[in-house]
Write a new protein. Structure first.
Length: 107
């Protein structure tokens, strides 16, 4: 597949890249996001995710957003309440999680 080249999305940056942002601005954006712990994915979250990984591997767990089964071995996100990141609601399909995040960012 051919690579699509574009100008960096950062206003005023003339760099040409095959990503949304040039490497410099992508690194800058990652630093601005904070660490996993600062975003709420610390040691407690990781321990909870390990529990769910074993349960999802059985094939008997449903996505809490769409209520459809999560297939064993399929990638999943451990979802949290949209208004309170400290409340873990259970596993969800990556597409369900990313869709909800995208919808929330546009409200």
């Amino acid at each position: 597949m051919a690579t699509t080249w574009r100008i960096c999305a950062k206003s005023g940056c003339p760099a040409i890249t095959d990503q949304r942002q040039c490497p410099t601005h992508r690194a800058e954006a990652d630093r601005a996001r904070g660490t996993k712990r600062q975003r709420g994915y610390g040691k407690e979250f990781q321990a909870e995710r390990r529990v769910w990984v074993r349960m999802v591997a059985t094939g008997e767990v449903n996505c809490w957003r769409c209520l459809k089964p999560i297939m064993p071995g399929a990638p999943f996100d451990l979802g949290h309440d949209d208004s309170d990141r400290s409340i873990i609601l259970g596993p969800e399909h990556q597409a369900c999680n990313r869709s909800a995040a995208g919808k929330a960012s546009h409200q």
